[in-house]
Design a protein around this ligand. Structure first.
Ligand code: IPE
Ligand code: IPE
Ligand code: MG
Length: 247
């Protein structure tokens, strides 16, 4: 049966987050340099973004470059940064055509100037779009976000703007770079790795995880549908017992 028809459109996650992994191994499998894998990974980004928007998902967050990824060989890092610039300029029209708004989370100021500029332009040029928000996590790490949120809040407390008793979960959530977004109900990681690699640590407290063995450049629509079906077959209990959940 057509996988798409098995998806209950009334029960879609509002926010799907993806750790796009396996570009390097995909390239190696094809006897090519790692950047060839990243380039092919961009095709998957396009396909999955369009699929998510068509289905009616409101937020799609893609882990594109972690704080730890700076430790990779210099050549690979600059090739990824250049690929980001090229892709951002190339895809703006498609984002606008599909009514998709671009957003970024991470320590964006420390990105190379050209990448930061392309990103800022992409965000500004798509700001009015409403169908879906595509969030790129760039120079992002979950711990970085918690640290920067803590610093912001500590500053407010020290200036007497925030009473210490008001520093609760809600205040921390509001100081994170994901403050204006719902928490992801579903997180997908490709390439058979089963770890979070410093992604959305705070936000994933109750997220459902779907692990796919497929390398990111090979991850297609059908794999995405499969992840959504898997998600819809889970029972999200949030600490309660099964009998307390309204089905
Ligand atoms: C994910 O693919 C893309 C980035 C981290 C930028 P990888 O480059 O991590 O691919 P593998 O894990 O080495 O195969
Ligand atoms: C996580 O993938 C980061 C991104 C997908 C951008 P990595 O390939 O960097 O993660 P590790 O090093 O295998 O944990
Ligand atoms: Mg990897």
């Amino acid at each position: 049966m057509d996988l798409k028809l098995q998806i209950d459109l009334e029960r879609l996650p509002h926010h799907v987050a993806i750790i796009m992994d396996g570009n390097g191994r995909w390239a190696k499998k094809h006897g090519k340099p790692r950047i060839f894998g990243h380039r092919n990974g961009v095709k998957t980004v396009r396909e999955i973004t369009e699929t998510a928007a068509e289905l009616g998902i409101s937020y799609l967050t893609l882990y594109a470059f972690s704080t730890e990824n700076w430790s990779r060989p210099k050549r690979e890092v600059s090739a990824i940064m250049q690929l980001l610039v090229d892709t951002l300029y190339k895809e703006i029209n498609t984002l606008n055509k599909n009514d998709i708004r671009l957003k970024a989370i991470g320590e964006l100021h420390s990105l190379p100037a050209s990448t930061h500029k392309a990103l800022k332009e992409g965000i500004a040029n798509t700001a009015a779009n409403q169908r879906m928000t595509l969030v790129l996590a760039l120079n992002y790490s979950g711990r970085w976000d918690i640290v920067q949120a803590s610093q912001k809040l500590a500053q407010q407390v020290s200036e007497g703007l925030l009473p210490l008793e008001a520093l609760d979960e809600h205040a921390i959530q509001g100081a994170l770079s994901t403050a204006d977004m719902p928490e992801p109900e579903l997180l997908i990681r490709t390439s058979g790795e089963h770890r979070l690699s410093n992604f959305l640590l705070w936000e994933c407290a109750y997220t459902e995880f779907h692990f796919s063995p497929v390398f990111w450049p090979d991850f297609g629509k059908e794999h995405f549908y499969q992840a959504l079906i898997d998600f819809q077959n889970r029972e999200r209990r949030f600490g309660k017992i099964s009998e307390q959940i309204i089905h």
